[in-house]
Design a protein around this ligand. Sequence first.
Ligand code: C2E
Ligand code: MG
Ligand code: MG
Length: 633
Amino acid sequence: MTHERFPLAQAVHGEAIEQETVIGIKREHQNVWFQLNIYPLPSPQENAPKKLFLSLAHEVSEAVERGRDLSQTAHYDALTGLPNRALLNDRMKTALAHCTRTGQILAICLLDLDGFKPINDTLGHEAGDEVLKITANRLLENMRGNDTALRLGGDEFVLLINDLKSEDECVLVLNRILASIAKSITIGESVCTVTGSLGVTLFPNDPSDPGILLRHADQAMYKAKEHGKNDFEMFDPTLASRHRANRSTLARIAKAMQKKQFELHYQPQINCATGRMVGVEALIRWNHPVLGIRSPGEFLPLLEKDDMIIEVGNWVIQEALAQWRLWKAEGIDLTIGINIAARQLLHSGFGEMLKTVHASLPEGEANPLELEILETAALEDMNSVARLINDSRRLGYTYSLDDFGTGYSSLAHLKHLSVDALKIDQSYVRDMLDDPGDLAIVQGIIGIAEAFDAKIIAEGVENIDQIMMLIGMGCEIVQGFAIAKPMPGDKISAWLTNYNSNPIWQTARDSYPSRGQFEMLVIEVAHRHWFEQIERAYRDGAIEKGRMPTLESYDQCKLTSWYLGEGAAQHGHHSLLHAMDVNHRKTHEKYQQLCDQVARHDGISASLTLKELNELNNTLIMAIHQLRFKESR
Ligand code: C2E
Ligand code: MG
Ligand code: MG
């Protein structure tokens, strides 16, 4: 009998134990007999409480020895001598219990060898076996006694690394293991190498059950393979919990679909040249029974990562067509812009679905659907998308590139895709009156559309100045809150009636800027931007820093070159032009004065000068306005 002793808490209650007492019945576990004893140790002082010890006695009988051989075959891998899959559960449980007790980290790792199959195929199975044996030894050499290396089968291993104090320590061990696996192996005349892809999850940071921990390690291992092998990848439990949350949101979206809680709103698109409504864009809304109308930003990004977007996208098309039929019955004929998600566009059934939809249209009717695709989606698989566009164009579908300017399409891509329209992204439209860079982009996009003979639509138009500017640049179709917010389909007809008598849009239409006026608008934007930079620098602590940004001087200013060139040619010696120039010079001089005060850290004078500069700049902009309108008369 072999005895192993474990200290117990002091005996406080019950009878004093004076001699060894058997407290456990002899039991057999995995072919070994166990007996649990409890006994006191002699105490140095007479009345001191006795320390108690548990002893575990085990006996290996002859029969047991025989059993042990059988057990070895059942639980250990014959090739490498490592525990096999049969011991996985046991080892996991023991390691988890150990970690929970010690409060340290357990790394659960799944290792898959890279490049093992070619060795088997080219050098034969014996060589493959040798590689596995050597790898198993290398694993053991780099792990501690109470860690586990287990062969799952083939070239897959599970590693349980105990007692880690930090993630950094774990990284060190993993790198050591990977480096050791990757060392070359000599088999007979041949030298070969394998590497390892390791997927790792750390308990208790990932507090899952054993089976799930292994699944997480497995997922991470696939990532390690994807990312180029011979490396490890850590499973991220925060990502996993986000994933769970996402799944439950997706389930709620699926329910919302069943309960018909989705609806479409429609936003008018106006041609400013004719004053007519030329189309609408269909925009999805979730009419939530408790939260009310939810906009797509709240649910689409998630939906777009799931195949459910295809079902939702098909519903959008059916719903829009149903609305189109209702409008037709009222005598309203409109093109409907439909947003197509990347996943839906690239799905193999998309072309067929378009054919089915086309077949359902009344005979002889023009196809009313304009499919809005994102530049980024189109570029993902440009050849297929180009083919799809060409094929479905025969069925009357038209295409626009949505949010144009935010992707990376080149002119060659545009030529290849041959879309019917470009929609200028609303971020450029929103800022173009304040930021000359955005204005230049809008102008560039309009030029590109003209070059490719594509329709151009500006979205996110919020005020009349933007409309004026767009018309000046040659973009006549606009969509945005300045015209109308998206609305339910049954409101469009009433809106159209009111729209005809809306005086603001009449003004916008009637006061088309000429090219000359447009140029002045650009200059006006540039000067407003010039002043904003000064204001921002002042707010951001120019006084403390003792310096202002270096901005255009009077001589470098666009307005000066216009004044000397186009301005002089158009307005000659007109007093308005002269007054504007005097004001312009003063504005730049004021800025110089401000720079000097800032350099002296004279905050009081500088803030007065900034105010005066603001007034001068406003007067200047008014003067440019006056000249602009004088020109239009
Ligand atoms: P988008 O296709 O670029 O649609 C224009 C977005 O700008 C809409 O937002 C619209 O309400 C908003 N908008 C229009 N005019 C203005 C304006 O003057 N100012 C401002 N600030 N915003 C304006 P919404 O409806 O929230 O849609 C956001 C995006 O969701 C859409 O951008 C589109 O990419 C996507 N989306 C909407 N409906 C669908 C759909 O049925 N299917 C798919 N796949 N995507 C959709
Ligand atoms: Mg759109
Ligand atoms: Mg857009």
